[in-house]
Design a binder for this molecule. Sequence first.
Ligand code: ATP
Ligand code: MG
Length: 552
Amino acid sequence: MSEERSLNFIEEIVEEDIREGKHSGRVLTRFPPEPNGYLHIGHAKSICLNFGLALKYGGQTNLRFDDTNPVKEDVEYVDSIKEDVKWLGFTWAKELYASDYFDQLYAFAVELIRQGLAYVDDSTPEQIAAQKGTPTEPGTGNEYRNRSIEENLRLFEEMKAGKYPDGAKVLRAKIDLASPNMHLRDPLMYRIKHAHHHRTGDQWCIYPMYDFAHGESDAIEEITHSVCTLEFIPHRPLYEWFIEKLGIFPSKQYEFARLNLNYTVMSKRKLLQLVDEKFVDGWDDPRMPTISGLRRRGYTPASIRDFCERIGVAKRENMIDVGLLEFCIREDLNKTAWRRMAVLDPIKLVITDYPEGKTEVFTGENNPEVEGGEGSRDIPFSRELWIEREDFMEEPPKKFFRLAVGNMVRLKSAYIVKCEGFKKDDNGNVTEVYCTHIAESRSGNDTSGINVKGTIHWVSVLAAKTVEVRLYDRLFRVEDPSSEEGDFKDYINPASLHILPQAYIEPDLANAVPGKGYQFIRKGYFTLDKNSTPDKLVFNRTVTLKDGWVKK
Ligand code: ATP
Ligand code: MG
């Protein structure tokens, strides 16, 4: 979007740091996903912010996988995350993993034990929780808190060596059991987990906690601005405490408001449920708020970056209307999508005064939004055409400018036709519409002098190809399914997918490629689904041409 928008508060901080010569003006950010799911549009906000800061201030961004929880993580997720970040248009300086630092982190923990600032605790999770106190009452210590440095060193080493079962012991920072900030009441640093890790295999059976791993990883990489979401504000004193006690690179944490989008859910845990319980067709189902889902739906990287720019970066959370995301993709596709004709709900139109067996070829610009139209394609025309069922009415209301007996319309890029009659089947459904054509009204060379109010799209029956079209609606029928009573899945919209098994496309669309947007004239923007085969093309509707959504 515009260059002239005012700075967001994080840009202000970065500019101030640069002015003061902090870190010699160097800017190094990181995007730190946990590889336990696919990225969603919320992550896109964080990606655009982190990479955007680096781009703007001549810096760099690391992609760091926060892979400290072996049980939920997987290489499939790592691969998808890399693909999505690249697709959004960003290039990371280094691909790194918190697990690369397990040796270093272990050494940092030993260092804190040596300083008397960490201890091994044998309590159960329940005992630890009970001894932590409440926000109004201080916690109570236990006998483990007074263990000697020697004993702690020995026990921690034994934990690492695999001497103890899961949950038997933890390593805790020794900070302040009376702190008003619960995160400072001797937080956990390490837990025992005899689990296979997707990168380190069975080398480790103790794994660092987020709070210990994250800041220390930032410091190891010498990250200058570590940007995260608001829920980490109470973690910041701990982030700073570890860095100060270890005397390592002083990375700083800054927090911004996460993106909340209505009519969807965004936590990976919930998205995983939708996938596992088959409410959707995988992480990249076009109804999912995942980046891969949006891509399959036909969103472009530019539209997502534009959306992230428009929502801005603030310190207070709010709910963004999904209509804004749809606005952004319409804006982009209006400029870039090639225009094509497709009939989604077909009914046959016969031009009775047009010779059987004759075909003509009309041409249509690919993209009337740009000069030169980005070339054109041939559109075959014949006596029998498919048109939309809704473009004919037996008993039209006033101001119906499409087909009804006696009405004239223009067939897009071809002739003006006049409706003369129609045929019905035994059930009273219209099966054919009959027209005559005005031979002098050829599009581009119209000498008929006739003005018509309506233009409709069509596809030649002889040349049409049959395809499947999928129309999507919101995945949930309430704005904020997570805040409703009961399970969020109770609020799934049962009509979020509408399949049209027999739609007709003009022949040129058989050359469609996934990732390219097409405007089906009057019907919306569409893209080829990645699971299409040459025998069965499937088109996904990305978005309608106008915002036609009404609250139910
Ligand atoms: P979720 O809660 O959806 O599982 P997460 O925060 O656990 O997400 P991470 O992989 O840890 O996911 O997130 C990587 C980065 O993306 C973090 O810096 C996190 O703050 C940021 N992020 C996650 N969700 C959002 C969101 N909705 N808006 C903005 N940033 C987000
Ligand atoms: Mg997380």
